[in-house]
Structures are given as structure tokens and as C-alpha cells.
Design a protein around this ligand. Structure first.
Ligand code: IPM
Ligand code: MG
Length: 367
């Protein structure tokens, strides 16, 4: 059966890095007869330029019809002064919300070859392998009412609303517990229950759901402490589950522990494991068009797609191994470069991964 992948490169380095992930997927498609078909669409600033909206109807239709979505990144200087309602980021948020991609999985894994690239001491981060499960379609990102209003005294006031219903908390909690079951069975729920009623409810509901997962050790942490613990002793964490905004912030911190935000993939899943896969970094307009961006986060996102939406762990593992082999061969893009390594551009890194895949399939034939 044909599998449809909607490809949304987006803005900035998005087009460059997505091209490399497609190269990798095309190779496996032929090599393993995966029966993938790709169809491209516009999102973000690119869509705004073409249609006057960052999330056109065509793109919504394309993504609804697809089995999975591969996204690059959105945003850039060019669109920063637009009204917030049509900024590129709205395209991404619209997509997450329309498709109900409520579970955002952000693994932070330190590749031993890159231990020196972390700004933390190697002993603090070596062996780091954690997963942040971020709620993605609720919370303060989407809560109503929101806006900027004029007060009677003539002053403007900005406001947003943090809301979570029990059902929203339950479904992300189940997802996080099940992920923890497949890992080291430790789940830390991060909230601000000492101040925010909404996350006090979060804590209660997560605790309640936890009774169904007696094999998972549940703990709770306030978000300020979690931010501190992430840079103090990150290896204490196995799986973190948290709200949309806390997850946004903590996942950038976790990413940096691994040395480069250019290495980290993500999956955003709905209730049926249909998903959108994207690197966790942004569109990096400062280096866009130069061919120097690191495509590995996007390539690893394609691996997550094969694993989570298509149940092809075999294909995912081949990609992950090829990425690891490229690092072992000292091949580095500028963001992870250090002395003595071979510095390459975006396309060369993609080629290195593909040749790793070829080598594995050739070895299989010979062996
Ligand atoms: C992320 C990004 C987005 C977010 C932006 C681009 C809207 O920072 O995916 O973490 O805040 O969710
Ligand atoms: Mg973010």
C-alpha cells in the first residue's frame, strides 16, 4: 500500500535540510521497497508570500490526506513585522492544532562523538538519553481569551490564558507513561502547581493516571527546579512530561546539553500515531542559502517517522546507524565542527548518510 508523505520545507534552511532527508528516504524507498510517495506544499513565510496566509487551505488538505508530514522550519526576518495573525509561526501552530498533534516527542541524546560540543562538562552530559514529551495543542499557546486590550486609564494590557481540561491532560499523560514503559520506566511531570491552579490540576490528573502504570516511577517537579536540574544533573531524567510552554523552553535547554540543536529530531503525534516530523531547531535565516546547515536533525526526524507512524524500526535503525557512522568518520557540519574533523556542507552530510546506507545494504548482499 502506498504511503503518502506531505513534505513542507517551509522557510530559511528548511528547504536545504528537507532535501537531504528526502535523499535519505528516497534511497531507502528503493532499497527496502517502502512504497513512499512524496508531495510538497507551502507553509510559513513561503506560503504567506504565495497565498497571503502562512497556512493555506491547499496545505491543510495535503496534510490531512497524507499519512505523515515532514517539515523543515518556518519563520525569518522578512516576516517579523507582519501582524501576529499571519506570521509564519501561525502556520505551524495551525497545523499542530488542526491535525490534533497533541503529543510532541523531543528526544535529547548525546552522541559520544560530540561530547566536546556541549557547553557542559563531558562528565555531566556523557551518556545522556532523555525524552521530553511536550503537550502541543493546548495550554497558553491556544487558550482563549487572548489579545491586547485598552484599559480605561488608556493603558494597553496584553493577556493570554493558560487552560487545560482533564481530557487533554489525561491523553498526554497516557502517552508519556507508555513511552516511559518502553524506556527506563521513570517519568517526571513538570508543572508550577505551587502557583498555577491549572497545573495543580495537571499534577492531580497525572498522579491519577499514574495508578494505571505501577511499573513506571512517577515524580513531580516545579518548572524552575526542572530548568536548574537539567543543567545541573541532566542524567537524572528518563522521560519528562510537561505543558506546551514549559516544554518549549525546557526542550531548547535539553537540546543544548547535546552540543548542537542541529542534531535533534522531533515527532508530533495524534491519537492514531499519524505524525508530523521536524527538527527541533528553527529556520536559521542567518545561514539560509549558504548550504552549511546541519541536516542531521531532519534526517533523524525521517527516522522517527519510519519508527512511529510506519512501524518500520528496521528502516529507522538503518538511518540512525548511518548518521552514527558519518560522525564516526569525523564528518561534521560547521555547527558541530572541531579541530581535526572534516568540515562539510549540508548536501555532503546528506550524501555521507546515504553512502552509509549503501554500504550497509552492499554488506548485506555480500554477507
Ligand atoms: C518549537 C518552536 C515553536 C513553538 C515556534 C516556532 C512557534 O519554538 O517548535 O519549539 O514555540 O512551539
Ligand atoms: Mg521552541
Amino acid at each position: 500500500m502506498t504511503i503518502k508523505i506531505a513534505v513542507l520545507p517551509g522557510d530559511g534552511i528548511g528547504t536545504e535540510i528537507v532535501a537531504e532527508a528526502i535523499k535519505v528516504l528516497e534511497f531507502l524507498n528503493a532499497d527496502m521497497a517502502l512504497d513512499l510517495v512524496f508531495e510538497s506544499g507551502l507553509i510559513g513565510g513561503a506560503a504567506y508570500d504565495a497565498y497571503g496566509t502562512p497556512f493555506p487551505q491547499q496545505t491543510l488538505a495535503l496534510t490531512k490526506d497524507a499519512d505523515a508530514i515532514l517539515l523543515g522550519a518556518v519563520g525569518g526576518y522578512k516576516w517579523e513585522s507582519l501582524d501576529i495573525s499571519v506570521r509564519p509561526e501561525k502556520g505551524l501552530l495551525g497545523l499542530r492544532s488542526e491535525l490534533q498533534l497533541f503529543a510532541n516527542l523531543r528526544p535529547a541524546i548525546l552522541y559520544p562523538q560530540l561530547a566536546d560540543a556541549s557547553s557542559l562538562k563531558p562528565e555531566i552530559v556523557s551518556g545522556l538519553d532523555m525524552m521530553i514529551v511536550r503537550e502541543l495543542t493546548g495550554g497558553i499557546y491556544f487558550g482563549q481569551p487572548r489579545g491586547v486590550r485598552l484599559l480605561e486609564n488608556g493603558e494597553k494590557q496584553g493577556y493570554n490564558t493558560l487552560v487545560y481540561s482533564e481530557s487533554e491532560i489525561r491523553r498526554i499523560a497516557h502517552c508519556a507513561f507508555q513511552i516511559a514503559q518502553k524506556r527506563n520506566r521513570r517519568l517526571c511531570s513538570v508543572d508550577k502547581a505551587n502557583v498555577l491552579e491549572c497545573t495543580e490540576l495537571w499534577r492531580q490528573v497525572v498522579t491519577e493516571i499514574g495508578k494505571q502504570y505501577p511499573d513506571v516511577e512517577l515524580s513531580h517537579m516545579y518548572v524552575d527546579n526542572a530548568a536548574m536540574q537539567l543543567v545541573r544533573a541532566p542524567k537524572q531524567f528518563d522521560v519528562i512530561v510537561t505543558t506546551n510552554m514549559f516544554g518549549d523552553i525546557l526542550s531548547d535547554t535539553a537540546a543544548m546539553l547535546t552540543g548542537s540543536i542541529g542534531m535533534l529530531p522531533s515527532a508530533s503525534l495524534d491519537a492514531n500515531n499519524k505524525g508530523m516530523y521536524e527538527p527541533i531547531h528553527g529556520s536559521a535565516p542567518d545561514i539560509a542559502g549558504k548550504g552549511i546547515a546541519n541536516p542531521l536533525a531532519t534526517i533523524l526526524s525521517a527516522a522517527m517517522m519510519l519508527r512511529y507512524t510506519f512501524n518500520r524500526s528496521d528502516a529507522a535503525e538503518r538511518i540512525e546507524k548511518a548518521v552514527n557512522d558519518a560522525l564516526d568518520a569525523n564528518i561534521r557540519t560547521a555547527d558541530i565542527y572541531s579541530d581535526g574533523m572534516q568540515k562539510v556542507g549540508t548536501a555532503q552530510m546528506g550524501d555521507a548518510v546515504v553512502s552509509g546506507l549503501k554500504w550497509v545494504s552492499a554488506a548485506k548482499e555480500v554477507g
